[in-house]
Design a protein around this ligand. Structure first.
Ligand SMILES: [Zn+2]
Length: 218
């Protein structure tokens, strides 16, 4: 949409995400996203108006623009291991939503997430049996802990040995919901934008084996 005249609504933005992902999983690429390199100069001059803010994991298997068949100027991407809502991430989302009037923010987790698996392992392992992570990595794990604990509480059988894979995927969903809650709890700006109808929050999970993105809460 390089020459878009009016900004899409949140629901239209959500449809654009779904349609783009459908093209990707069918092996299609839109001419629009392929030709976008020709629009870079205009985009630089005019400024960006991304139609969606995407908070996703840093995992190399969830490449935002490729998964949604979009090009430069479309998606304001915030990526961090475990798609957690740190102060810097929330500041980035606030910035985009206020500066560009972006109507939709999607928090996207994914299957087989290493950050979530490591957090579950730290919860399930006997005390002091695992090597201590660095303080920086610890900060990521700390953000994921509430969601990982909740997933184990709600599905106690997933704490069994041999269930770590399923537990990881279940906790990915819980973690997306937790991040959505945190965005509203800890950011007055995001809470205000949502309350006034200027920003819609949605959750999604990408199956990294197929590339299919399922929207779990809209
Ligand atoms: Zn991940």
């Amino acid at each position: 949409m390089p020459h878009r005249k009016t900004a899409p609504s949140a629901n239209q933005a959500l449809e654009l995400m779904k349609e783009g992902n459908e093209r990707f999983i069918n092996g299609l690429r839109s001419v629009d996203s392929m030709m976008r390199s020709q629009d870079l100069a205009e985009l630089a001059e005019r400024g960006q108006t991304p139609f969606v803010i995407l908070l996703s994991c840093a995992d190399s298997r969830v490449p935002a623009e490729i998964l949604f068949d979009r090009g430069p100027g479309d998606i304001f991407v915030c990526r961090i291991a475990g798609n957690v809502a740190t102060p810097a991430i929330m500041g980035s989302i606030e910035f985009a939503a206020e500066q560009f009037g972006t109507p939709l923010c999607v928090v996207m987790g994914h299957t087989r997430c290493g950050a979530i698996k490591a957090t579950l392992q730290s919860l399930l392992a006997p005390p002091n049996s695992l090597p201590k992570p660095s303080a920086n990595l610890e900060a990521v794990v700390r953000e994921i802990l509430p969601a990982a604990s909740r997933a184990l509480r709600e599905h106690p059988h997933l704490g069994d040995p041999g269930e770590l894979g399923r537990a990881t995927d279940e906790a990915a969903i819980t973690n997306v919901q937790h991040t959505l809650d945190t965005l509203q709890e800890k950011s007055e700006v995001i809470r205000g934008l949502v309350a006034s109808g200027r920003l819609k929050l949605a959750g999604a999970v990408c199956d990294i084996a197929t590339g299919r993105v399922s929207f779990i809460s809209e």
